[in-house]
Design a binder for this molecule. Structure first.
Ligand code: ATP
Ligand code: MG
Length: 399
C-alpha cells in the first residue's frame, strides 16, 4: 500500500500511530528522535550499539548491523518512512528499505556524498550554474594517475574517496615523494588530491528540500575546526559578508536541486583569503554545525528532517537569537595529566543563554563528540562574551 503523505502527527494509519524510522543511533539520530517525538510521532532506531544515544530514547530500538536483512525488514515493517543520520550508512541498506518504504535522503544521493570522487564531480557540474567550484583536484585511482598529477596541486591534501570524517583518512603532502608515500600508506585506495588553499575561514549551509521540490535554507554558519574536527560555530548577523552568505545559500540550494534531494543537506565551504568561495563537501543529513538551530531558530535542522520525511509543510525557518555553539569533545573530560575530571556545569549553566546538550554517551574518549553547548542572546557581543567565559571554564582553547 502506498504511504499516505503527509503523515499527520497524532494520526493512526492501519490502526497504528505513525512511526518514523532512522538508520543510525548517534547524536544526530537522538536529536531527530527528540524532534519527531515532540511532534507526536513514534520512532524506531536501528544501530549496532545497544547503548547508542538515539536507541536509548526511542520508542523502539533494533540492535543490529546496518546490513542485517531481518533487521531492515523489521525497520520497514514498523516505520512508515525512514531516514538516516550516519554518513557512512551502507547505501545498499537504504536501497533495500526503499523497496518497501519511502526513504529520504535517497540511496543514490547518499552514495554520491559518500564518495569524494563522485561528490567533486557533482560540484563541478553545479559550478556551471552557481559559479562556486570545488578546490582544484585530481582523482588518484592508479599509479599512472599518481605520476600524472599536476605539480600545481602541491602542496596538497590527499583524502581517501570513501569513509573519511573528522579529518580521518587525510594526509598533507608537499612533494611528489610524500604524495606517493601517503597514497601507499592509505593502501593505494581511490583518493582525491586537493590543492592546499589559503583559507580565511570556513562556513556551511543547511537546506531542507521536500518531496515536491520546495526548498528552505538556514542561515550561513561560520565554523572553526581544530585538528580536523568542528570546534565552534558562530551564527549571527554579519558573521560572514552578506554577499558571500547569499552566494553560499544559492549554491547549496542548487546542489540540492541538482540531486533532486529530499531531506536535510549540509554543504561545507571554504572562504579564501582573496574572498572567493570554494565548495568543500556535503553531508546528506543534519550537521554538527547546525546544532545551534535547536535553540536559536523557530525550526531546527531536526524539525526540518522530520517535516521532509513526513511530507509536512516547510515554512522558511527564522533565526530568533544570535548563537554560538561549542562542541564538547571527550578531551574536556580529562585533566592535563590524563585523569578523568568533573566538568563545572553549575558555573557554565549560571551564564545567561546557555543550552547544554549531552548525548548520553557513557564513556568519554579523546576526539569523541560528547555533547554541545549553545549560547543564545540578543546580539553577537553578548553571546561571544558568554561563550568565551564558558570556554575558559571548560578548559577549551579560546576562539
Ligand atoms: P568532516 O568531519 O567535515 O566530514 P572530513 O574529514 O571529511 O571532515 P574535510 O572537511 O575534507 O574532511 O577536511 C577537514 C578540514 O581540513 C577542513 O575543514 C579544513 O579545515 C581542512 N582542509 C580540507 N581540505 C583543505 C584544502 N583543500 N585546503 C585547505 N584546508 C583544507
Ligand atoms: Mg568536513
Amino acid at each position: 500500500m502506498p504511504v499516505p503523505f503527509p503523515l499527520l502527527p497524532g494520526s493512526l494509519i492501519d490502526g497504528r500511530p505513525v512511526m518514523l524510522g532512522v538508520l543510525g543511533g548517534g547524536q544526530l539520530g537522538r536529536m531527530f528522535v527528540h524532534a519527531a517525538q515532540s511532534l507526536g510521532y513514534e520512532t524506531v532506531v536501528l544501530d549496532p550499539d545497544r547503548a547508542s544515544p538515539a536507541g536509548r530514547i526511542s520508542h523502539h530500538f533494533i540492535e543490529a548491523d546496518y546490513r542485517d536483512p531481518d533487521a531492515l525488514r523489521e525497520l520497514a515493517a514498523r516505520a512508515l518512512a525512514v531516514t538516516t543520520e550516519f554518513e557512512n550508512v551502507p547505501a545498499e541498506a537504504l536501497a533495500v528499505l526503499a523497496a518497501t518504504r519511502p526513504v529520504s535522503p535517497a540511496a543514490d544521493a547518499v552514495a554520491i556524498a559518500q564518495d569524494r570522487i563522485r561528490e567533486k564531480a557533482h560540484f563541478v557540474r553545479c559550478a556551471a550554474t552557481s559559479g562556486v567550484a570545488p578546490a582544484p583536484h585530481a582523482v588518484i585511482e592508479t599509479a599512472a594517475d599518481l605520476d600524472a598529477v599536476d605539480a600545481a596541486l602541491l602542496p596538497g591534501i590527499l583524502k581517501t574517496a570513501r569513509l573519511g570524517y573528522d579529518g580521518k583518512g587525510q594526509a598533507r603532502v608537499t612533494t611528489r615523494d610524500e604524495l606517493a608515500a601517503a597514497w601507499a600508506r592509505m593502501g593505494g585506495v581511490a583518493c582525491v588530491l586537493e590543492q592546499m588553499l589559503p583559507l580565511a575561514f570556513e562556513c556551511s549551509v543547511i537546506v531542507a528540500r521536500g518531496r515536491d521540490g520546495q526548498v528552505v535554507s538556514l542561515p550561513v554558519q561560520r565554523n572553526l575546526h581544530r585538528a580536523g574536527i568542528l570546534s565552534v560555530t558562530e551564527v549571527y548577523e554579519e558573521n560572514v559578508p552578506p554577499a558571500l552568505a547569499t552566494q553560499a545559500q544559492q549554491a547549496t540550494i542548487n546542489i540540492a536541486n541538482e540531486l533532486d534531494y529530499v531531506g536535510v543537506l549540509c554543504v561545507e565551504y571554504f572562504v579564501l583569503q582573496d574572498g572567493r568561495l570554494v565548495v568543500n563537501e556535503m553531508a546528506p543529513r543534519p550537521h554538527n554545525s547546525g546544532h545551534y538551530t535547536v535553540d536559536a531558530c523557530d525550526s531546527s535542522q531536526f524539525d526540518l528532517q522530520v517535516r521532509t520525511l513526513a511530507g509536512l509543510p516547510l515554512p522558511q525557518p527564522r533565526q530568533h537569537s544570535a548563537a554560538i555553539m561549542l562542541n564538547l569533545l571527550g578531551d574536556l573530560w580529562f585533566d592535563p595529566a590524563g585523569a578523568p575530571r568533573a566538568l563545572p556545569w553549575a558555573e557554565v549553566l549560571a551564564l545567561p543563554g546557555a543550552h547544554l546538550h549531552l548525548y548520553g554517551k557513557t564513556e568519554a574518549r579523546r576526539g569523541r563528540k560528547m555533547g554541545h553547548l549553545t549560547f543564545t542572546g540578543p546580539d553577537a557581543a553578548r553571546v561571544r562574551d558568554r561563550a568565551t567565559r564558558a570556554a575558559a571554564l571548560l578548559g577549551m582553547e579560546a576562539f
